[in-house]
Structure formats: structure tokens, C-alpha cells
Design a protein around this ligand. Structure first.
Ligand code: IPD
Ligand code: CA
Ligand code: CA
Length: 267
């Protein structure tokens, strides 16, 4: 294995620190202060404190780099931007449902170059650097080999803001995928879902209306594992639109085709 890039090393250190903090809070869920940012969109002190701890680690090594973080927004002007979701899967975390992760990506002039997603419950660390492949706990990972939707396990995320304008389109997509595949899973942490595609645990994934911090790290990890990811027009604008379809190359193509009739409003 190649020596780790210094920025990936810092991203890893920050993700571990964030994850350890989250785990320490799992037995104190009762006393947590929780705010509803929007309908069904929660933030707790844990999200805020984890984010602060992650940014401290990054700024210790790279004080001038800019940050785009879910809870504190954008700060600084620099070609290098660190894109952070301190706790992906907050709703799961608040319920003690053990599926959540820390997601950190480093982009250079808008292009993601390094990525870490850390699942602190399973202590699994997914990493990737541009051109260096994707790894789980230091071992190379690849997308699955399935070539037809029949038999595939597909991940997704439900539009959880219940006033979502695309709910009807989404439900039509869900029906089509349920009828065509072996099963659909909605674990509740998009960054991890993308890593599961990279590791071949899921054959494909789609979701509408994600945010940049949900997708930035996982998208590089999928690409470096030999997978494909795009929006519903087949372009790389998903970091802006948040509409994502992904999979191993054959399942990505088949899933895009299956979803296309219901994605007209999104293209
Ligand atoms: C959420 C999770 C979830 C996805 C939502 C995201 P958060 O992130 O990734 O799986 O369906 O769209 O907002 O709010 O827990 O960081
Ligand atoms: Ca998230
Ligand atoms: Ca979050």
C-alpha cells in the first residue's frame, strides 16, 4: 500500500476524534439538547461539538484551508476546502439505532481528492485518495460484480422532509426498484450507504435532495472502488443538486435507466 497522503492522514485523525466523541455520548442520549432545524431535521449538541472537534484537528495542521461543514457552514477562502458531515445519521443516533458515521472530504478547487468515512460503532474506516484506490481498514475494496438488477441489493434514502416536492416521483422510483431487485435497504446514513456500494455490500444506491457533505467523501470512495456515481442527467453536478444514482458500472447504468422515467422533473 502507498504511504498515506498527509491530508488523508489528518482527515483520518479528525474522523477518529469525532467518532470517539460520538461514541462517548451514546450512553447519555436521554439528557441531550436537540433542536429541530426543519421538519424532521434534527441537530444535537453532539453534532455541534463533534464538528468543532473535527475542525480543530484540521485547523491545527492547515490553518488557512477553508471549511464547508454542515452545522457551521462555509468559512475561509482557499483552493483547499474540507467538507464535513460530523454526524451523518443524526436521527439514527438520537434513537440509539447504531448506524451513523463521520464524513470528511478534501476538495481542491472543487474536485474531491481525499475522503474518509468512519463508522464508530463498527470501527470501520473507509478511505480514498484520487488515483490510489479505495480502502476499508487499509484493505483495498471493489464494487460488486453483479450485472443485472435481478438479485441486486439496492440502498436508498427516503425523502424525510415530508413536504418534499419530489415525494411522488420518489415513491414511483421505489416501486420500480422493489419490483426489479432482490431488495431495498434504507439504513439512514447516506455517507455509509455510498461506502457500502464501494465495498460491494450494496450493488447500487439512489437518493434525492442530499447535501454536499453527505456525498462528497462517499463519491470519491465509490469511484476509487471502480464504481460510478452521477445525478439523473448523468453529470457530476450531484454535489450541487444532491440527486444521486450510483453503483457498480453495470448496475449504475441499469438503475439510471430504470429510474429515468420518474426523474423527469429532476433533469
Ligand atoms: C441524513 C442521512 C440520511 C439521508 C438524509 C441526510 P444527517 O444526514 O444521510 O441517510 O437520507 O438525506 O440528510 O442529517 O443525519 O447528517
Ligand atoms: Ca448527512
Ligand atoms: Ca449530519
Amino acid at each position: 500500500m502507498q504511504p498515506m497522503h498527509p491530508m488523508l492522514n489528518i482527515a483520518l485523525r479528525a474522523a477518529r476524534k469525532g467518532g470517539e466523541f460520538i461514541i462517548r455520548q451514546t450512553n447519555q442520549l436521554q439528557g441531550l439538547e436537540i433542536t429541530e432545524k426543519g421538519r424532521n431535521d434534527y441537530v444535537s449538541q453532539v453534532d455541534l461539538m463533534t464538528e468543532r472537534a473535527i475542525i480543530d484537528v484540521i485547523h491545527n495542521s492547515y490553518p488557512d484551508h477553508s471549511i464547508l461543514a454542515e452545522e457551521s457552514g462555509a468559512q475561509g477562502e482557499h483552493d483547499y476546502q474540507w467538507i464535513i458531515d460530523p454526524l451523518d445519521g443524526t436521527t439514527n443516533f438520537l434513537h440509539g439505532f447504531p448506524v451513523f458515521a463521520v464524513s470528511i472530504a478534501v476538495a481542491n478547487k472543487g474536485r474531491v481528492e481525499h475522503a474518509v468515512v468512519y463508522d464508530p460503532m463498527r470501527q470501520e474506516i473507509f478511505t480514498a485518495s484520487n488515483g490510489e484506490g479505495a480502502h476499508l481498514d487499509g484493505r483495498r475494496i471493489r464494487v460488486s460484480h453483479r450485472s443485472t438488477l435481478r438479485g441486486c441489493l439496492i440502498g436508498t434514502g427516503f425523502p424525510f422532509r415530508q413536504d418534499s416536492p419530489s415525494l411522488d416521483d420518489y415513491l414511483a422510483m421505489l416501486a420500480a426498484v422493489i419490483k426489479t431487485t432482490a431488495g431495498v435497504r434504507r439504513p439512514g446514513a447516506a455517507a455509509l450507504d455510498l461506502c457500502y456500494v464501494a465495498a460491494g455490500r450494496l450493488d447500487g444506491f439512489w437518493e434525492l435532495g442530499l447535501n454536499t457533505w453527505d456525498v462528497a467523501a462517499g463519491s470519491l470512495i465509490i469511484r476509487e472502488a471502480g464504481g460510478r456515481i452521477s445525478d439523473f442527467r448523468g453529470t457530476e453536478d450531484y454535489l450541487q443538486s444532491g440527486n444521486v444514482v450510483a453503483g457498480n458500472p453495470k448496475i449504475y447504468a441499469a438503475l439510471s435507466k430504470l429510474l429515468a422515467p420518474h426523474a423527469k422533473a429532476l433533469v
